[in-house]
Design a protein around this ligand. Sequence first.
Ligand code: FUB
Length: 328
Amino acid sequence: MSPEKRYLFPDDYMADPSVHVFNGKIYIYPSHDWECENIENDNGDQYVMKDMHVLTIDGNPMTDHVTDHGKALDIADIPWAGRQLWDCDCAEKDGKYYLYFPLKDKNDIFRIGVAISDRPEGPFIPQPDPIRGSYSIDICVFPDNGEYYLYFGGIWGGQLQRYRDNKALESACLPEGDEPALPSRCVRLTKDMLQFAEEPRPIVILDAEGNPLKADDPHRFFEASWVHKHNGKYYLSYSTGDSHLLCYAIGDNPYGPFVYQGVILTPVVGWTTHHSIIEYEGKWYLFHHDSVPSGGKSWLRSLKVCELTYDEEGHILPIDGGGDPYNE
Ligand code: FUB
């Protein structure tokens, strides 16, 4: 239930690790947490990130040295920036690296931007405008069969409840009770990696009877989508937010639907949980964060890693996050 865990970068507070293996090396794209006073609320005003760094590990993530490559992106260099640079992710295509990031614009609306570099550690040069038609937060870019799929979305502070059918609503509307939960989104990127190639599609998570998970289900999607492939199946994992779990669902293609499977990580110390999953040299790893080193401050989080194990049927064995259990 509880594999050994490692704090990756005790020198600074970082969170939301999106991790990839590029050129045989592990690259970590985290959020960079900052101290803030007296503004903790359900809107996420306490997450005041202004820049991001790229970290690398050239070897075993449980033991080997973590290198900080310094500032890779700064909101001071993004022409449309308002505030709050949240969870980023990076993809490689034809020798160039594309960093996707959610950021509030000058009207306090989350949009998704792209920044480009010749090197996976950056620095990344931002495009002058956000992606047309983009909204909400928490990016995962997933390459598959020559296409690149961008997953995004998060409720509450992530603003997903302000949209239906990719259009902004006059007023936000969050499903309740036994209404279907709000789904995350997936969109294929254009060949130049800079725009959406289609309308974003809802990513529905079904229960064992084939019904969408309901809004009051503690295992429903809240934020932090991540997609990886294992034995030919597509695994969508995500955070359940206010029930503080990481859960996963399995599908047959990048758009789903995905069928709910179970919990990956029980609650951590701290409010948020957010992760990525990679295979490196034949082993699988879960990167995530908690707030133990800051004494439980939800906005000062620290990066962690542990091994992740599948059983023979491809189910992920649950891991103890070390926080108070969620009472379902
Ligand atoms: O880091 C800011 C937000 O907190 C992320 O976007 C969410 O996933 C949560 O971790």
